[in-house]
Ligand binder design. Sequence first.
Ligand SMILES: [Zn+2]
Length: 295
Amino acid sequence: MIRPRWLAAAGLVLALGAAFGADLGGMRARAADALGLSHQLDFALTGQLTQGGYALGQAPRGVRALSFGGKPVPLAADGRFLIAFDRDAAPQAQLLAELAGGDSVAVPIAVGKRAWQLEHIPLGPRPGTPPSEEYARLRAGELARINAARSVDHAVDGWRQKFIWPVHGRISGRFGSQRIYNGTPGSYHSGMDVATGTSGTPFVAPADGVVILAADSPFSLEGRLLMIDHGMGLNSAFLHCSKLAVKVGDVVRQGQYIGNIGMTGRATGPHLHWSVKWRDSRLDPSLLTGPMPTG
Ligand SMILES: [Zn+2]
C-alpha cells in the first residue's frame, strides 16, 4: 500500500509533443521529494499523454509498487507498465509510486485536451419507444457477458506492442465524436469505424492477445462481437462482424486473421467498429496505431 507520508514531486520534467499526434518518445517524468533531495525517478514514459491516449512506462529501480486513479498498476517482471486516459480525462492525473524504503512519491501527469468532433442538431433526441421487458432482460444478459469477459486479466504481452489497424479502409466514424441535440449531449462514439465498401473483408488482430468473447449469435447492438484481451487491463472489441474466425481462449498474434467485417447488430452499412478500453477508460484506437495508411 501507499503510505500516507507524501513527498511532493517537484522538478517534474514532462516535455509534451509539440503537436497533437506527435509521438512522445523519450519523455521523462522525474520526481523529487519536498526537500529537494531528488529521487531522480525516471519513469521513461512514452505514448500519447492526451485524452483517449496512453503511456507505456519503465519503473525505475527502487519502485516497489505503482497506483493510478486509486488502483494498483501492475508492474511486469522487467518493470514495464501501462496507464491510459479516458476520452473525458481531467487535465491533471497522478501516478503514485511507493519506494522500497516505504516513502511514496506523486508524479503529476498533464493530460492533453482533445477537440472532439461535435455535431449540433437543432432537434431533441429521437423519441424512442421505451424498451420492452423482454429486450431489457436480453440486453442485461449481453452486457453481463461483456463485463464478465473484461473482468479477467490474462498474462499476455500485446500491450507492449505498437498496434496495427485491423483492416485498412475509409474511416467512416471517429472515436469521441458526439451529437448535441438541442444542447443535450448524446453519447459519444466509442470506437473507430472502418468501411471497405463491402461485407466480408477479413480483419486481423491489432496486437497479440487472448480471445475473451466470441459471440457467434449476434448481440442486439454489437452484432457478432469479438473481444481480445491484450493484457494489463487493455482490450479490444470488434463489432458488427459477418464471421468470427476464432473462439474464446484462443491465443492470437498481431496480424492474424480473426474475422470478417459485416453489418450485424445495429449498423447502417458494413463496417468494422473497433473500440479499445483500458480498465474503465475508453481509448482512441488511432492513438495506438498512428494514422490509417493511405493507398
Ligand atoms: Zn462505430
